[in-house]
Design a protein around this ligand. Structure first.
Ligand code: PHB
Length: 557
């Protein structure tokens, strides 16, 4: 059954692009299933033909949006570029996120930013603290307005007659679950009460200037929300402070936090008065690549799906509200093609138009953002490490610096038996390991010096370098060369080569290595044969990380 009337192909306008609609249906289905699904389940739940699902999946895989592992499909980090286009165009996470983060630090409670989405609320930022006792929402999660703190504020500030009608219509529609995968279902009988109370809560919110959620999501979870207005006085978003009944009651929460929240909102409104950052260099030819993929893959590649999704990426920071010509130019598509994609996206609710200008809607975040925003760096890295291992036939590992040690956070082993038995969580002294050298070489000078002064530099094999001055000059070399090669300093018979993995700001956050038995490859062969493959794998990991981490904190371990 279609999730909303807009998903019903029988109501689509004549110009709508069928393959784009079917591709989006597949993405939505996998999103709602938590980010992974077998292709036969996709066939079953969407009612699409197997051959259609295969072609859609192959196209999404070519775009880097889906990873196919046998018959299972998994959403892949590059897909986040769609949600990122919406968030960048919205501009609120970049401009208000740091203030939300500061408030979360001061209150030691979680703080979120949410925007209205029809009769629902949608999270666009999360600064999470102390969430052990309750569930955490993700960027892109959709919640029914009547069960949240921002909901009553949005109803007062911006609901249209249509939004109210949709909200009333929802009362009649039994289980919430299908549309709100992120929210625990309501206990028997309490759903009706949420609906009854809502108008009253909206009226109260008008008087108070804030609204409360007293355990409407789940027992123990309480929240207070305050609206943030743009320079025109229109609602931009709501800031929520989320707490737990073990720390506050719904009565004590406003007393405890409201003054600080109001100060933050004033600072946020001030921030929104500042001129928007200049538009990033306009994109050009975003969809040009699809022609070559079509030639290469033939019928397996659904070009109109790839082009239609690429239209979403024409939007971004300073590119909020675009004309058809600008979109055609940014994508490199013919105007007629871009127009049909926009008609389709508008029909499905991902785009709105006014006076012949187009904007993305928060619904774009349904295209994979919630499950993917929980991705960790090791999860991002493992598929690329598996490819690397497939090419070099030696084991690959990922590690982070943890105190004076490196700690393994991911590993893909070859069949070959190695003398070292390393698993995730294994620790080694940083100074004698290739990944440790890469991580130490990436530290600011004072931290490196402090590390070498503090670390217990011992001989682990006859070849271990233990003189701090010598290690320091080796680290300079690693910094300059962009890799570290360690030859039997950690363990006899073990040679390894490592490169850095850097975040968007260029900081080294992890190291990737390949370890070989010394009888298998000379040090020269490590550099000529392994290093280029290692660098290519690190570049792929970084490309995924930089998309995934644009608006979400991606844990490094
Ligand atoms: C949240 O950010 O997790 C949140 C916000 C408002 C609510 C409930 C949860 O009403």
């Amino acid at each position: 059954m279609p999730a909303t009337p807009a998903d019903d192909p029988t109501t689509a306008p004549a110009e709508a692009v069928g393959p784009l609609m079917r591709g989006i249906t597949v993405l939505r289905e996998i999103n709602d299933a938590g980010g992974r699904m077998s292709l036969s389940d996709v066939v079953r739940t969407t009612g699409l033909a197997r051959s259609t699902v295969d072609r859609v999946a192959a196209t999404l895989a070519r775009m880097g949006y889906l990873r196919l592992d046998g018959h299972e499909a998994r959403l892949a980090p590059q897909l986040m570029e769609l949600g990122n286009a919406y968030l960048a165009a919205l501009g609120l996470p970049q401009r208000l996120g740091p203030l939300a983060e500061r408030l979360a630090g001061e209150l030691d409670e979680s703080v979120s930013l949410a925007v209205p989405d029809g009769d629902c609320i949608r999270f666009v930022h999360q600064s999470t603290r102390r969430r052990a006792m309750s569930l955490t929402f993700r960027i892109g999660d959709l919640l029914p307005a009547e069960r949240t703190a921002p909901g009553p504020l949005f109803a007062v500030a911006c609901w249209t007659e249509e939004d109210w009608a949709a909200w009333r219509g929802r009362r009649a529609m039994a289980p919430e679950g299908r549309r709100f995968p992120a929210v625990p279902p309501r206990a028997e009988g309490t759903a009706a009460k949420d609906f009854e109370d809502f108008q009253e809560r909206a009226a109260q919110a008008t008087l108070d200037g804030y609204a409360l959620d007293d355990q409407r999501i789940e027992p123990g979870l309480i929240a207070l929300a305050v609206p943030v207005r743009d320079p025109q006085g229109e609602l931009a978003c709501a800031v929520s402070v989320v707490s737990h009944t073990s720390r506050h009651s719904a009565r004590s929460l406003p007393q405890a936090v409201l003054p600080r929240v109001r100060e933050t909102v004033a600072a946020m409104e001030h921030q929104l008065l500042r001129p928007e950052p200049p538009a990033a260099k306009p994109a050009k030819g975003l969809a040009h690549w699809t022609t070559a993929s079509k030639q290469e893959l033939g019928a397996e590649f659904v070009e109109s799906l790839a082009r239609g999704l690429t239209v979403i990426t024409a939007f971004g920071e300073g590119r909020t509200d675009l004309s058809l010509s600008t979109i055609a130019e940014a994508t490199g598509l013919a105007k007629a093609t871009a127009r049909r994609a926009l008609i389709t996206l508008e029909h499905l609710g991902y785009v709105t138009s006014r006076d012949r200008r187009f904007r993305l809607t928060p619904r774009v975040l349904d295209l994979g953002h919630p499950p993917l925003s929980r991705t960790t760096l090791p999860e991002i890295a493992v598929p690329h490490m598996a490819q690397l291992v497939g090419r070099v036939h030696d084991s690959a590992s990922l590690a982070v610096l943890d105190g004076d040690d490196i700690r393994y956070t991911a590993r893909v082993a070859t069949e070959r038996i190695m003398s070292v038995n390393i698993t995730v969580g294994t620790r080694f002294p940083a100074y004698a390991a290739s990944m440790g050298r890469v991580l130490l070489a990436g530290l600011p000078a004072d931290e490196r010096t402090a590390h070498l002064a503090r670390a217990d530099l011992r001989l682990l094999t006859p070849r271990t370098v233990t003189d701090p001055a010598r290690i320091s000059s080796l680290l300079d070399r690693v910094h300059h060369d962009g890799y570290a090669l360690v030859d039997e300093e950690l363990e006899e018979g073990l040679r390894s080569i490592a490169v850095p993995v850097r975040d968007r700001s260029g900081r080294t956050i992890a190291a990737l290595n390949v370890a070989v038995h010394s009888s298998r490859r000379t040090t020269a062969a490590c550099v000529t044969d392994i290093l280029p493959e290692l660098r290519a794998a690190a570049a792929h990991i970084e490309a995924d990380l930089h998309v995934a981490a644009r608006f979400t904190r991606i844990p490094e371990a």
